[in-house]
Ligand binder design. Sequence first.
Ligand code: DAH
Length: 342
Amino acid sequence: MKDKIQNLLEEVTQLVAPKTDEELEALRLKYLSKKGLINQLMADFKSVPAEEKREIGKALNELKDKVASRIEAFKAEMDASKHSEELQNIDLSRTAYPLPLGTRHPLSLVKEQIIDIFSRLGFNVAEGPEIEDDWHVFESLNFPADHPARDMQDTFFISHSPQILLRTHTSSVQTRVMEQTEPPIRIICPGRVYRNEAISARAHCFFHQIEALYVAENVSFADLRQVLMHFAREMFGEETKIRLRPSYFPFTEPSAEMDISCNICGGKGCNLCKGSGWVEILGCGMVDSAVLESCGIDSTKYSGYALGMGLERIANLKYSVSDLRLFSENDLRFLEQFESAR
Ligand code: DAH
């Protein structure tokens, strides 16, 4: 029995690597299958005298392990060489599979279009922080101490002293730029803003705005009107009419809101414009002299205009998206509809 084991061990050590799957399988059958050599030895083991069982049992186990590991190693070698053969067969000149391209978010599309229109008029993009202080969001912009926007109900506060909050509008970027730049200033500021609102189809606790500011010598309301008209036509088409209504903002005087002729019904009256033929799209005005002065700009020498609009509002008008929540839910069924607008 001992000799048999010894002979088999030598045989196994000298085994030549098989070349095909069939040869490998034949080896496995020969040694390891139910009727294989190892199992035959196991059967013989029963008749080994008790005093030799220990020694022979050990040798038998070693042999079994050896056979199993040899066959395993042959298999691994074969797999590796198959893999490298496959690699050699790769056709490197073949055209790659097309990668699915993502679609651009409707808010990005609108933002880029607005930036494009204003940059052709010489405006540069400026950005500011979303976490702001009271000075940049309210104080410097002439908000009275008891203005409702300063209420916890409208604004997310991070701390009360000092007053740190999430900006409620991008007008804060106006102040940041005016503090640091000598006029002429011509900037456009896109960004996210936050308000303490319950989320619904018509309101959200965050949304996006874009602000424009022009400060130089002799800037007049006529300049503002001209820019507004140009913007409305570039954005919504040549036929678009604009209408300015007097309004109030703490940081502009005079202030106005701009309506455009409804681009859905062409001004005849529909659901979107509630039958009026007009839809409101932005707020604007001449920068209040108190705001210029609070930023260190001489209001006797310089004047300026500012305007601000919500990107969701513009995207709604362009793409008829009436539920604000769609813009932030990342539902692919919604986003994929903007593929052709890429
Ligand atoms: N900041 C205003 C808002 O959030 C929008 C606005 C109105 C911006 C008039 C302006 C402006 O620059 O002149 O509602």
